[in-house]
Design a protein around this ligand. Structure first.
Ligand code: HEM
Length: 283
């Protein structure tokens, strides 16, 4: 099975048409495979004990730690809505549920595009832009975790900053797939009837259009597995506090201190907190 469907152009040239739709099932199986392997890993291998909280950190931390602003939460849920609409409209017709999907699809696509543009501005100017990119401490701790997993001596990894390394890597994959579907999808609007401009399927050569549809389809199929993994993580019992913070905006002090290092992710406006942590360091 190839990953691309090909066709012959009127000039006898072999051109890509779109991604092979069997990949939909490959992505679904990959998503389920990840869930099973991860569930077994958590049940059997991963450490269960909770770290002991330092009284100085507890004293310096508010009971509710703000995690996501209202704007960030609205972005997340609007993007989630558009993403589900895109997946449903794109793939149900490919697995036999026939309906007029194109208009709903590009409307959801434009909603995703606007929400991602908003997110880029918001993350660049209002949020801590670097909090979602891997840093040296992430890579060092990942190395320690792998060494400890294989029974080799290594120091205990630190608690996370705002986002663990795996979340940062996931964000990178979603970002690349998102930019690919948006970049190609905006051009593909020229192939369908919309109120914005006249349809022009001759804007690019057959080969270029085909390549664009293939990239759009590959990134789209990738989203099936990415979203399955994301939803699975969101409903895992130990991750529920994170999901709740995406609804209510805050997480509990205990969860924050168990998972996050206040030195790497400081609670906003806590000068008093920093002072008392510095004092506890000096002890
Ligand atoms: C998760 C996001 C998305 C997924 C899973 C997805 C999936 C797909 C798939 C599978 C197709 C059919 C392609 C083919 O026949 O080869 C398609 C077509 C299309 N998509 Fe998307 N897409 C996404 C995002 C977007 C975005 C952001 C836009 C617009 C900004 C968009 C606009 C379009 C358009 C205009 C078509 C062409 C319909 C046609 O030629 O009949 N899509 N999409």
């Amino acid at each position: 099975m190839g990953i691309v469907s090909w066709a012959n152009s009127p000039w006898g040239q072999s051109v890509p048409l779109h991604v092979a739709w069997a990949l939909i099932w490959v992505a679904i199986i990959a998503g389920f495979f990840f869930m099973v392997v991860h569930t077994i890993y958590v049940a059997v291998v991963s450490p269960k004990h909770k770290p002991r909280l330092s009284p100085a950190e507890v004293a310096a931390t508010p009971e509710r730690v703000p995690r996501h602003s209202l704007a960030a939460r609205l972005f997340h849920w609007i993007m989630a809505l558009s993403m589900f609409a895109l997946l449903i409209t794109a793939f149900l017709p490919k697995v036999g549920v026939k309906f007029d999907w194109v208009m709903y699809h590009w409307i959801a696509g434009l909603l995703l595009t606007v929400s991602v543009l908003f997110h880029i501005f918001h993350a660049s100017f209002a949020l801590d832009f670097w909090s979602i990119w891997p840093d040296k401490a992430d890579l060092r701790d990942a190395k320690y975790r792998v060494m400890r997993f294989f029974g080799k001596p290594a120091p205990k990894p630190e608690r996370f900053a705002k986002y663990p390394l795996e979340n940062k890597l996931y964000h990178g994959a979603v970002m690349l797939a998102g930019l690919a579907v948006i970049g190609t999808g905006l051009f593909m609007l020229k192939r369908v009837d919309t109120p914005f401009f006249t349809r022009n399927p001759y804007l690019f050569s057959d080969f270029t259009w085909g390549a664009m549809y293939v990239l759009h389809g590959l990134a789209g199929v990738g989203f099936i597995a990415l979203i399955m993994v994301h939803v699975y993580m969101g409903i895992r019992p130990e991750k529920l506090p994170i999901t709740k913070s995406m609804i209510f905006g805050w997480m509990s002090r205990d969860f924050y201190l168990e998972e996050h290092d206040p030195r790497r992710w400081a609670v906003k406006g806590s000068a008093q907190k920093k002072r008392s942590l510095a004092a506890s360091d000096a002890d």
